[in-house]
Design a binder for this molecule. Sequence first.
Ligand code: FMN
Length: 135
Amino acid sequence: MWQTISYVSTANRSLTLPKISELFEFVKTTNDNLNITGILMYSDGNFFQILEGEKALIKELFRKILIDPRHYDIIKIFDHEMEEPSFTKYNSDFLTINRKSKHSELEGFLEKERNHNPETFNSVSYLTNKFMQLS
Ligand SMILES: Cc1cc2nc3c(=O)[nH]c(=O)nc-3n(C[C@H](O)[C@H](O)[C@H](O)COP(=O)(O)O)c2cc1C
């Protein structure tokens, strides 16, 4: 069973850019090892993340993320099951986007969201655009 969770949060003020890069490196390596796909974006003091993977793993990871002191004011955007991951399947790179770039996988993900989850599509699409422009 696959699960996807997305949220936005506010980075702790003490989190310097090198610390954020360190976090991005850690997230990429850990998620690649666990076959967790999705994206993590940082812009102007905020994080935006989409996680996809095996349900129990994603739920467990999100519990850890919720209590991580490196950020706060975590607002969940969606949390639902999915038929299959939208981002590249096993062993793909977990995308850590911290610069303005067009990304075809992200576009693919948004296209699926538009079809399957129209109720959350608008907010996710808005947020990803916002993060891309601000980065
Ligand atoms: C914004 C943000 C996003 C994170 N995303 C992930 C993630 O995708 N995967 C991951 O393993 N840890 C992520 N973490 C780190 C976890 O909160 C946690 O520190 C990490 O899983 C190690 O937990 P453990 O030492 O209890 O195993 C994230 C932390 C923050 C602040």
